[in-house]
Design a protein around this ligand. Sequence first.
Ligand SMILES: Nc1ncnc2c1ncn2[C@@H]1O[C@H](COP(=O)(O)OP(=O)(O)OP(=O)(O)O)[C@@H](O)[C@H]1O
Ligand SMILES: [Mg+2]
Length: 302
Amino acid sequence: MSHSVITVKGLKKSFKDKVALNNISFDVKMGEILGIVGHNGAGKSTLINTMVDIYKPDEGDVEYLFDRKSMYDHIGVQMQKNYFEGNAKVIDICNLYKKLTKSDIDLDEMLDGFGLSKEKDTYIKKLSGGNVQRLSILLTLINQPEVVFLDELTTGLDPVARRKIWEVLREINRKNNVTIIITSHFLDEIEYLADRIMILNKGEMVYLGGVTTAIDQYSQGEKVIEFQIKDPMASFKLDKYGAIPLNDDRYQIYTKDDEKVLMELITKVGIKNLVVKSPTLEDVFLKIAGYKLDKEGRIINE
Ligand SMILES: Nc1ncnc2c1ncn2[C@@H]1O[C@H](COP(=O)(O)OP(=O)(O)OP(=O)(O)O)[C@@H](O)[C@H]1O
Ligand SMILES: [Mg+2]
């Protein structure tokens, strides 16, 4: 295992009497992609902001492998909220960042990689939301950081644009061994990108480890049965199976005894649109904290 580039010890952060982070300790390994997931208000942004010195923790500390004074030469931070001067052109702000960070990066190549070549001379106020998001990730990478923090990686992007960003990040991770810390509401994104995931729940770290390990640990050989019931009035019959309601009158049941349960569902409950599958990270999530997801796969409840 490679050595740690960041060590977080006993972090605690409250806002008035609201505990946003409680006793969080972990290491970030050099060259890994760490994905942080959790419901709205779980503490993801607070954790990132504390790690990069924007917030001071109430307790605990964050140690970096490199000198703290030159920290911002080594890290890149994309915050959840970004404000850019709307009256500047894309290329102007890129050049400004390049100059400020004394970077020798090839801007044309970078703009191309982010699908922004055509927008080079577009005023920022005229950019689509997705392109602003791409630009903000690009700017985070201009100083060729060793560690990158990306809060809400691809929020606002369409599926094709998301995939593009994933590939760019994978490439800088593999080619340049850049350590990447991302937060996301999209579990498919984390499943695809992250070497390890951290699950935050109400400011507590409830899981840290490999994605497949999380799935194995929590699913324990169970299968997921997903279905709709023909008669919504029959939903009480699902109680004994511990069915989890999803959107659109769909339900999920976890069971090691999938054949028996299926037979009962078909004969005694009446179901349609049936799917039987091995659990994904999303399913494990639903199970750990009873989360629900919206149609796009975002976590919507606590
Ligand atoms: N600057 C602040 N002042 C007061 N409360 C804050 C502040 N920042 C965060 N909080 C509170 O701390 C808790 C954690 O918030 P945080 O923004 O870290 O969550 P999050 O996981 O990033 O959520 P989201 O998914 O919505 O981005 C929330 O209850 C939030 O209201
Ligand atoms: Mg946040």
